[in-house]
Design a protein. Structure first.
Ligand code: HEM
Length: 538
């Protein structure tokens, strides 16, 4: 329709209203015809692909799964629920190895420890790659980071640097002073904030400050911009964007859904920020001011490796991206859930608080190297990870060779998802009050106490397993234990306006990580005086 901009109304509206109405309804019908034609073309294309696949799969015994529609495949079965919950419900009907069609992506979902063991141990090499969706391609510079690099020499090289140089127990230990300073700063902020306190913001700020200092030696000057970028990445990296699920139409899907533009903007913001940080570091190094040995931050280490010809600048930025996104987001989410579960379970709260105070009350603060003296606190964290693995579907794997999982054929190129959230809530393996928060289930002498949560056992996989398992476990746990113990030592906690703690809202948000949906609004009451601020501020 042509607008007369001076009058701000349709130019012919008053004179030719009748003709206009007719032409409007005609164009409406043209649009409908066009829409029907495009839909039909989509449906036919998908049906042809389906027939070709069915013929090619002749003789294969594919895993069972729910019925599918043209174009969208199985997506209608996931609508209205969070993917990990919907997949668990579907798996109960279709089995531990289940085939879904997510748009164009054939996806096998495994939901029991036996099936997970097949994927992540018995045939780990076959599943050692990751699918690279259109969004992640943009966000990770074409899979140049550790987490999304396809399996091969490049990934092996980066992974080796991560495991042997960046995230070693020794390196994590070297950041202890940073963690203690940042925790003390957070406690002071919580202590002086207006009541009640929105804890998610404090926990996110704490973990990102500590991570920034570990990576680049200083806090981030644009922390809010950075945290908005992290939020975007969490939204964009679910794998459920149209451009990700219909790769052969990604140009169109990307335009219609706006996701690709968001991914590009987010990439530009974060990588520009990383570029600036690297520039500053290089200048400092040229001035002879780089750290040495244990005093090195992660960027010092990476730039030294770069100088020796080990990695290029693109890889350095992508690795930093991983540390910030994989590292800070998962740790903050774990902290948030642990605190929320303790609010919901006052008995557990009482017990863990008593343990922490007994150990640290006299000293007036929690000391990291004595955290090993605590028992129940570690059970609390383990139970929080069982019920709320921050990455409920881990990170997807890619089948590199045709193979069988529990007797079902998995064709090459299939995306494989391990539902870690479902594993932690499997009644068969966690029979005792499965859905309830009971840290005692891990007490010494119980069957659960023997279950390893670092990838050796498949009932509990918050960090994944096999070649692609999380290399940042020590870093992640250190970022959770000290803050949690410190918050419990210094404050008593309650949720305002919640008369019955068992009613405390535990709904999860949609995203690659399963954050808590509602704000974590808590009222702290000071019980043990806070550590005095350092003379010149932190
Ligand atoms: C509580 C904290 C954390 C949790 C729950 C967690 C969880 C995970 C999970 C589930 C995976 C996928 C594993 C798989 O596919 O089998 C993963 C991968 C990864 N994590 Fe973590 N993570 C945490 C902290 C960290 C930290 C602190 C860092 C780095 C500083 C980190 C870096 C990575 C990287 C680089 C990968 C990709 C590994 C690869 O593909 O080779 N994570 N993490």
């Amino acid at each position: 329709m042509v607008w007369n901009h001076e009058l701000h109304r349709p130019s012919l509206a008053t004179q030719h209203q009748m003709e206009d109405t007719t032409s409007q309804s005609q164009s409406h019908y043209y649009f409908l015809y066009l829409w029907a034609l495009v839909s039909l073309a989509f449906a036919l294309a998908a049906y042809r692909r389906f027939l070709t696949a069915a013929r090619a799969n002749g003789g294969l015994q594919l895993p069972p799964g729910p019925w599918q529609l043209p174009v969208i495949g199985s997506l209608h079965h996931l609508v209205g629920q969070l993917p990990h919950r919907a997949m668990r419900d579907l798996a109960r009907r279709h089995g531990p190895v289940m085939l879904l069609q997510l748009g164009e992506l054939p996806t096998v979902v495994v939901s029991t420890p036996d099936a997970a063991r097949e994927v992540m141990r018995t045939q780990d090499l076959t599943f050692a790659s990751r699918p690279l969706t259109a969004s992640m391609r943009v966000l990770t510079n074409d899979g140049r980071d550790v987490a999304f690099a396809p399996y091969g020499e490049y990934w092996r090289q980066l992974r080796k640097i991560a495991v042997t140089e960046l995230l070693t127990a020794r390196r994590v230990l070297s950041f202890r002073a940073i963690r203690e300073e940042e925790v003390a700063a957070m406690l002071r902020q919580v202590g002086s904030a207006a009541r009640p306190v929105e804890m998610r913001a404090h926990l996110t700020a704490l973990v990102s400050n500590a991570t920034f200092r570990a990576v680049m030696g200083d806090r981030c000057k644009q922390r809010d911009v950075f945290l908005r970028g992290v939020d975007e990445v969490i939204q964009l990296s679910t794998g459920f964007n149209p451009a990700d699920m219909w790769p052969s139409w990604s140009w169109l899907a990307g335009r219609l859904s706006n996701d690709m533009r968001r991914a590009k903007e987010c990439h530009a913001t974060l990588y520009d920020m990383f570029g600036g940080i690297i520039e500053e570091h290089l200048e400092r190094m040229e001035g002879g001011g780089d750290g040495n040995g244990e005093a090195m931050d992660l960027l010092d280490v990476l730039l030294k490796i770069h100088k020796d010809g080990g990695v290029d600048m693109v890889a350095i930025k992508a690795v930093i991206f991983d540390v910030f996104i994989a590292g800070s987001e998962s740790s903050a989410t774990t902290l948030e859930w642990a605190l929320a579960e303790l609010i919901k379970n006052p008995e557990a709260m009482k017990k863990v608080t008593a343990e922490v105070r007994q150990a640290f009350d006299a000293g007036g603060r929690v000391v990291e190297d004595r955290l090993g003296e605590l028992t129940y606190l570690h059970l609390v964290i383990r139970e929080a990870l069982r019920l709320h693995p921050p990455l409920p579907l881990l990170l997807p794997r890619l089948c590199r060779e045709p193979c069988k999982v529990l007797g079902f054929d998995v064709p090459r190129g299939t995306q494989v998802i391990v539902n870690a959230w479902a594993l932690g809530r499997d009644e068969q393996h966690w029979p005792d009050a499965t859905e309830e928060f009971r840290p005692e289930r891990f007490e010494a002498g119980t069957r659960a106490a023997m279950v390893d949560f670092r990838g050796a056992d498949f009932e509990l996989l918050p960090f994944g397993a096999g070649r692609r398992m999380c290399p940042g476990i020590a870093f992640g746990l250190a970022s959770v234990e000290l803050p949690l113990a410190s918050l419990l030592l210094h404050f008593d906690w309650e949720a305002p306006d919640v008369s019955d703690p068992t009613e405390f809202d535990m709904t999860e948000a949609f995203g690659a990580t399963a954050r808590r949906n509602a704000n974590l609004l808590l009222r702290p009451s000071l019980r043990v005086p806070l550590p005095a601020p350092p003379a010149q501020g932190v």
